[in-house]
Design a protein around this ligand. Structure first.
Ligand code: GRF
Length: 209
């Protein structure tokens, strides 16, 4: 089976980034399509979005495994069964371990301008710091927390009346567009990684068989 353009998307919540990828995939010229959606919990809107789109889903809960290492192996095996070219962690609230990271490129999205404000509360932390601009980052995942090589970033202004929810929604509007653009370009054009520099285009890192 050709892996070209096959995406496994991992979610833990509302899944609006997933929805943007599902919508983009409807056009064959996009070059990528979501072949499965994985989650670390049940009952989330992200899984419902996948089901409505007719995309297979799987759930691997940490507590169903005796150790974290067992969970790491289990989710890697689930992902592998769909033979993805690229894994997209889109609001997935777990750090993936070596079994997944060693086997697949994993793209991650974060609602802040890394390396500032990594972790689960990037929007809250940026607001608390009083920054005047923040934004979103699309990066390749590594073993750390939001520490992998950066693929793309966009800036979002912080407005005087912003609270966490309002600012996060404004960031997510930009984040969804950027994620869709970057995933499509990686699938169509390929990419290379050299140290911390990611280059899309004219290279065989992706978009291959
Ligand atoms: C996104 O802002 C993502 O970067 C962050 O959580 C949000 C997920 O949103 N980690 P959704 O589930 O895609 O709507």
């Amino acid at each position: 089976m050709s892996k070209a353009g096959r995406l496994v998307v991992l979610v833990s919540g509302s899944g609006t980034n997933l929805q943007a990828l599902l919508d983009a995939s409807a056009d064959p010229s996009y070059g990528a399509r979501v072949v499965a959606v994985g989650a670390d919990r049940e009952g989330i809107e992200g899984l419902a979005r996948a089901a409505r789109a007719g995309v297979p889903t799987f759930v691997e809960k940490l507590r169903d495994h005796p150790t974290r290492a067992d969970w790491d192996r289990a989710i890697a095996a689930r992902i592998a069964s769909y033979e993805p070219e690229l894994v997209v962690s889109a609001g997935f609230m777990k750090i993936l371990g070596a079994p997944t990271l060693d086997a697949f490129p994993v793209l991650n999205t974060h609602p802040a301008l890394l390396p500032s404000f990594p972790g689960a509360h990037g929007v809250r932390d940026a607001l608390a710091h009083g920054v005047k601009v923040t934004g979103c980052t699309v990066m390749l995942a590594d073993a750390g927390v939001d520490s992998g090589p950066i693929v793309a970033q966009e800036v979002v202004r912080v407005l005087a009346d912003d609270d966490e929810a309002v600012l996060h929604e404004r960031i997510k509007t930009v984040e969804r567009r950027l994620l869709v653009e970057i995933v499509g370009r990686m699938a169509r054009e390929g990419w290379t990684v050299s140290g911390r520099t990611v280059r899309i285009g004219n290279q065989p890192g992706g978009g291959s068989t």
